[in-house]
Design a protein around this ligand. Structure first.
Ligand code: KG4
Ligand code: ZN
Length: 343
């Protein structure tokens, strides 16, 4: 089965062709970073308009690069939610219209299931059951995956998502959007131990997260340094490193707790923040020490992309799921645990 995947939930237009036998045949990504950078964050209306502009050329490109004709495509998968309503509508409208014109099936995909399945695109793919840590700009969730489609949320952020906290700290330090990669890059020149920030909620039982206290701690430190005129480049790097270290340690502690609680020995990381090198290194170290296996997508598939949607769509279409009508209803808010299982 060959599937065209369409991702437009936020500020990236991702399109890909996945084949159930040959694997990923082609993928293309257009990032809107340059469009939003002057605003310090994503402007939803601009995002929608840019998806309209890019979807058709990117689709033509991936079809050509994968050597596919229209008749080779068995189904079209699109991100149905969660995400920005207008941006999702562009992808849904495009995918549904194309599936009608081509006479093929279509299926709406949960964006976080796409992230969760992204490590399956790698040569060494894990098999469920496993624990997944989903860390993106909108979500921080620990999920027990018994089978594809069978998701139990073990814990999640009570306030900001990890990626959102990175983005907000970046703003405090006057770094450009998107903040995660900018904070990570600045951290590289930070002095370890110069600042010590709290590890949120690690002393409390349970698997939920909270990053707003840490964020306030960072803000207070930045304001103090600014007030006494000592917020130079080095101080900013030291603060960025202390923040990143606190987030990474918190995530690592909760992952090991989730593995112990579920008695599972496989951990999967996905979502934009899983591209963070320090996080990957710490998880790898901990996996070696504790004897669990850790899987990640390649960095370009940690952040939003069409390949993960094409893959998830292929799995669901193969199981006989599909849109039952041509409507392009989207689900800007949609719980992962409400998804239909696949067995
Ligand atoms: O998964 P994603 O592309 O989009 C959402 O579904 O939200 O994640 C984007 C988030 C942003 O908050 C971005 O700052 C963060 O992931 N991010 C990072 C890194 N790369 C992206 N955070 C920390 N370190 C990184 N290297
Ligand atoms: Zn995402």
């Amino acid at each position: 089965m060959r599937v065209l995947g369409i991702e437009t939930s936020c500020d990236e237009t991702g399109v890909a062709v996945y084949d159930s036998v040959a694997g990923l045949l082609s993928h293309a990504l257009y990032s809107q970073v340059d469009l939003h950078v002057d605003f310090g964050g994503v402007v939803p209306e601009l995002a929608s308009r840019d998806h309209v502009r890019k979807l058709l050329p990117l689709t033509r490109q991936v079809l050509q690069e994968s050597g596919s004709q229209q008749s080779d495509i068995d189904g079209i998968a699109f991100t149905q939610g969660p995400g920005l309503a207008g941006a999702l509508l562009v992808g849904a409208g495009f995918a549904q219209a194309l599936s009608y014109a081509w006479g093929c099936r279509s299926v709406g995909i949960h964006h976080m299931e796409g992230h969760l399945l992204a490590p399956m695109l790698e040569p060494e793919a894990p098999e469920p059951p496993f624990v997944a840590l989903l860390v993106s700009g909108g979500h921080t969730q620990l999920v027990e995956v018994k089978a594809v489609g069978d998701y139990k949320i073990l814990g999640e952020s009570l306030d900001d998502a990890a990626g959102e906290a990175f983005d907000k700290v970046a703003k405090m330090l006057e770094l450009p959007y998107p903040g995660g990669p900018a904070v990570a890059a600045l951290s590289a020149s930070g002095t370890p131990g110069r600042y010590e920030f709290p590890r949120p909620m690690v002393n409390r039982p349970g698997l939920d997260f909270s990053f707003s206290g840490l964020k306030t701690y960072v803000l207070n430190t930045v304001q103090e340094r600014r007030a006494d005129g000592t917020l130079d480049q080095q101080a900013a790097a030291d603060i960025a490193l202390a923040f990143q270290t606190a987030v990474v340690e918190t995530l690592v502690i909760k992952c090991t707790r989730a593995l112990a609680a579920t008695k599972l020995d496989t951990l999967l990381l996905s979502g934009g923040v899983s591209a963070n090198k320090a996080l990957r290194e710490k998880i790898t170290q901990r996996a070696r020490k504790d004897g669990f296996r850790a899987f990640y997508p390649r960095p370009e598939f940690c952040t939003d992309n069409g390949a993960m949607i094409a893959y998830a769509g292929c799995v669901r279409l193969q199981q006989g799921q599909q849109q039952t009508d041509r409507s392009f209803a989207v689900r800007p808010r949609w719980s992962l645990s409400s998804l239909e299982g696949i067995h």
